[in-house]
Write a protein that binds this ligand. Sequence first.
Ligand code: ADP
Length: 643
Amino acid sequence: MTRKKETHQFKTEVKQFMHLIINSLYSNKEIFLRELISNASDAIDRLSFKAQTDANLLGDDTEYKIKITPDKNNKTLMISDNGIGMTYDEIVENIGTIARSGTAAFMKAMEKSKNKDTLTPELIGQFGVGFYSAFIVAEKITIITRAAGEDTATQWESTGDGSYTIAPAKKKTRGTDVILKLKPVEKDEQDFTEEWTLRNTVKTHSDFVNYPIVMDVEQIEHETDDKGKQILDKDGKPIQKKRVIKEETLNSMKAIWAKDKKDVTDAEYKDFYTHISHDWNPPQTHLHMKLEGVTEYSALLYIPSQAPMDLFSPERKHGIQLYCRRVFIMDDCKELMPEYFRFIKGVVDAPDLNLNISREILQQDALVRNIRKNLIKKIINALDQMDIEEYNKFYNEFGAVIKEGLHTDFENREKITKLIRFKTTKSDGKWVSLKEYVNNMKPDQKDIYYITGDNLAAILNSPHLETLKEKDYEVLLMTDPVDEFVIQALPEFEKKPLKSAEKGDLGLDKIDEKKKEAYSSLFEKIKSLLENKIKEVKPSSHLKDSVSCLSGETYDMSAYMEKLLKASGQPIPETKRILELNINHPVMEKIQHIFEKNNEDDALKDYSNLLYDLAIVTEGGKVENPAGFSKLIGELMAKALDD
Ligand code: ADP
């Protein structure tokens, strides 16, 4: 098919995104180079992965490299790679839309952020700004690209003003050239055609890139004797022969994970983290290990200091890159790290790995499975050994994620249980482990109590906790959506059952049977008046001060679970709940009087509804008829004030 030159419009979100980054990064202009080099390096990674099973893809062009070519006279800078390239359709798909899941999450985060016009480097750092950042320095960008295995090339061009053109083109070799027509350089600004600036920028931001980043530089050749030794003039200086242009590699490509710990400086660890994660914040900590023996590998893993915004997005990539003897195999290596450690970034190098391994068979590979097992053990150990302050910092960011492991990693459940923390009714906002909870249990306390909900303040004041508070029993406050699953995975801890504070009978104080009997006809009446809302009316074992609350049977869904499922659009069976009434409350006595006088009194209906609505309000729910509710309260207040 022959194609003509076409003009396309950028998607709206791309325009917004470009506007944002161009206006926010003016003081960090040079990062565009890191982004383009990193795209080039990714493109080579992808080709090298494909070429493991299809060597013909490479032809004679087997030396991977990234080349930077500045042109002072024309004010252009070209970044070329001999990576996988893009087809016509791929370029339309990849450049001009926002394909990356991270960017979409980023745009959402931006919408919420207070200061829309300037991004903090921390915020951008979490996502990597990618290709569009080149418009910070370029007034026009031309991409000429040819996909590996294809004969035709494509040219893409844009001045970043909302549209781009795309047309067939010629290119001799596979890969991508990105040509930037640079904006005029203002006074005191970096000139990206300057050799020194480029050298420096590559060294600072791209030193660890795994492929040579080369540039043609002018070198002076000296006269030498037949042994290759320089000949000196009468002042002892080497004699210049001629000026030559040589291709020089600017980056060190040091695989620091392969080095000995003692030979790596803190600054190198940090730089390498920035390189692999695109996160500008320093990591919280790193683990550098080498295992020898049957399962041999080296790994350098990092725990970030901040949770990324797309931590819970299903398309999120994992952060582990797999290498074999320093040869890149693949990134996003899910097989090496369980989901609940998906925030960990780093490199694993397994020298005995089959180089031709594909993603599909990775999971069944015994070596990969062993490494994964080993890494989990090491990470858990490292977390176990953190001091309290360090661990709390970690837990604030990633606690909700590691809890998922309880549900998914049966083998390590016990160890993960030791890692999890909760806030409690007594902890004053601090994290408490289950072990600490059990140590603090009252002598007569048999169960571990918990309550779930999304709002800490609301569950802290839940009427369900009144009896427990009076007994001075501690209650775990579970406010993460994942906690509902934690409970299912964790029926007990150290032989103490976990018990919901809002479901079933707490069984703590004996309910006065005589009193219960005396109220039974009234309760029947209330039940019949509220029939379509509740399934039962019961004297409460939870309440001390409040008059009413709603509860479920032990195996019913909790109110919070119901809310979560509703929010996610899942159909849920209508479960009616139990209305619990406090038979020691003076209000109940008054209602009983009315009932005894006339069991058909209209007021009974109003009070039943009110008892129900009060229970709804105390658990943070919405009453069905707010106007009716407030009218009734108003009338009651008026009466009370008249007395
Ligand atoms: P990111 O690299 O974070 O995915 P970019 O906006 O930088 O986002 O690039 C978008 C996509 O364009 C890349 O994911 C890749 O598919 C493609 N791309 C960019 N540069 C190159 C390149 N040099 N060679 C091949 N593909 C590229």
